[in-house]
Design a protein around this ligand. Structure first.
Ligand code: GLN
Length: 485
């Protein structure tokens, strides 16, 4: 579970440039991108409840206050806000042996104080059924070649002054700390040195669980919680890490998107590309091409595959359409996601069929819209009202989509407000762009594929969100294999 101290109810309304990607859970929660990391590392799907924000907490508190729930009492951060935070945490833990709760931000942030206080109370209530793990940064000053333990000492003393005494420490650093430095931190923090673990920069993030396991982090935590040794050999993760040093082929992918200033904006897509390539012993090279810039289309000839991701608004649309046209005309393996699919329909209808059609997000008043706002989305407030989370997609037999998924019914996650206008299905089909996947109940188009090309597929859903490290999404595997070929 991730607790985010900001006041947005969820990150759905935040710009990906500001806050990175918005992750979507199977049950339609728009959450912090850390949930994506949790799902990928745990190989497990989480739900809405695993993402808590101060916005959510205060929204509920104020609604309850207006409904007279507090019966004349003064509503306060302690106990009302902290009680609600604890309630939410206990609720998510129900039915599980262990819940890991991460509090975002840094110790001492004004916004996170209510969470720190809730954590203090939970430790008081649960005693050794809860463990406090403090992750601290230990900067390395390159010019003088020294590690500075002071910031970590400061954050520990701040934490202790708030009544929270860590049971375990994890140091985040560029290089390894010496025994002397670990002892210094331990003494200061009142934590024995064998309860301090090091998370030193690694060549791959996927090795980190193994690095911590080597230091017996899992044993130590299990010991304190008295839950017995739950040994895991991480066979699959080890195999994945072994593959990393035994890559046989290379593939070059261009991602043509507009949120290029923050690498976290496309984190799930980048991770899904890695899962698909590394599991197939292929080295992934990728480049983010700024769709907002008038890039030279010939630049795309350097890549084996082109991906156009999701997005919102009009900026960058020209650059994306240019990439779609290039992939279509040059038979370059192509994967379009969400907005990427909508723009595939637009590009094909206008450039191949000369239909002169529009996208409703770009021209809401146009008559001939090939992509239009879903009827139940009109006039809704912005936050949390899109078509979100898992929806079924029925796949047509014998299509490219079928050969990729090898199933006739799949579930994938969504986050969109606009949809394909089925009036245009027939003309597109006659030109070779077929709707090979649809939502069974509404007929909403979920997959478009171009029969004239070897691998040209675009989807209304977000396949990147369900991809796991050792269980890559099939569509990404298909795309990577086609590109490598
Ligand atoms: N802006 C488009 C829509 O709302 C696409 C959304 C997306 O790419 N996630 O339908």
């Amino acid at each position: 579970m991730k607790c985010d101290p900001y006041l947005n109810v969820d990150p759905g309304t935040m710009s990906p440039i500001e806050h990175g990607e918005v992750f979507v859970t199977v049950d339609g929660g728009e959450t912090d991108l850390d949930l994506g990391h949790y799902e990928r590392f745990l190989n497990k799907n989480l739900t809405k409840g695993s993402s808590l924000t101060s916005g959510k907490v205060y929204q509920e508190i104020i609604e309850k206050e207006r409904a007279g729930h507090f019966e004349g009492k003064t509503v306060q951060v302690i106990p009302h806000v902290t009680n609600l935070i604890k309630e939410k945490i206990y609720e998510v833990a129900k039915g599980y042996d262990l819940l890991i709760v991460e509090v975002g931000g840094s110790v001492g942030d004004i916004e996170s104080l209510a969470y720190t206080e809730s954590i203090r109370q939970i430790k008081f209530e649960l005693k050794n059924n809860a463990a406090i793990i403090h992750v601290g940064y230990v900067p390395y000053i390159k010019v003088s070649k020294e590690l500075k333990t002071k910031p970590m000492q400061r954050s520990i003393s701040l934490l202790r002054s708030l009544g929270v005494a860590p049971d375990f420490l994890v140091t985040r650093s560029e290089i390894e700390l010496s025994d002397r430095e670990i002892e210094k931190i331990g003494m200061f923090a009142n934590v024995q040195t064998d309860n301090i673990f090091q998370s030193v920069d690694a060549s791959s993030i996927y090795s980190i669980p193994l690095v911590l396991k080597d230091q017996k982090f899992d044993d130590k935590v299990s010991e304190l919680l008295n839950i017995g040794k739950k040994d895991s050999n991480h066979v699959e993760l080890k195999k994945f890490n072994d593959n990393l040093s035994n890559l046989e082929k290379e593939v070059n992918i261009a991602i043509v998107g507009k949120y290029v200033d923050n690498m976290d904006s496309y984190i799930s897509i980048i991770e899904a590309l890695k899962h698909a390539s590394i599991n197939n012993k292929i080295k992934l090279n990728f480049k983010l091409i700024n769709a907002r810039k008038d890039y030279d289309v010939d630049e795309l000839s350097k890549y084996d595959g082109i991906l156009v991701p999701g997005g919102f608004g009009s900026s960058g649309v020209e650059g994306k359409l240019k990439a779609i046209k290039y992939a279509r005309e040059n038979n370059v393996p192509f994967l379009g996601i969400c907005y990427g699919m909508q723009l595939v329909a637009l590009e094909f209808a206008n450039n191949v069929l000369n239909l002169d059609v529009k996208h409703g997000e770009l021209e809401p008043k146009a008559k001939n819209k090939i992509i239009d706002i879903m009827s139940d989305m009109k006039d809704k407030v912005i936050g949390g009202t899109m078509r979100l989370g898992n929806y079924e997609c029925s796949i047509t037999e014998g299509t490219l989509a079928h050969s990729i998924y090898k199933e006739l019914s799949i579930l994938e996650r969504h986050r969109h407000r606009y949809e394909f206008n089925n009036k245009y299905e027939e003309p597109l089909k006659n030109g070779g762009l077929i709707a090979s996947g649809k939502h069974p109940e509404t007929g909403l188009v979920e997959i478009l594929e171009n029969k004239n090309n070897d691998f040209f597929i675009a989807v209304q859903f977000h396949p990147e969100l369900s991809s796991k490290i050792t269980n890559p999404n099939k569509l990404f595997v298909g795309f990577i294999k086609a590109s490598a070929k």
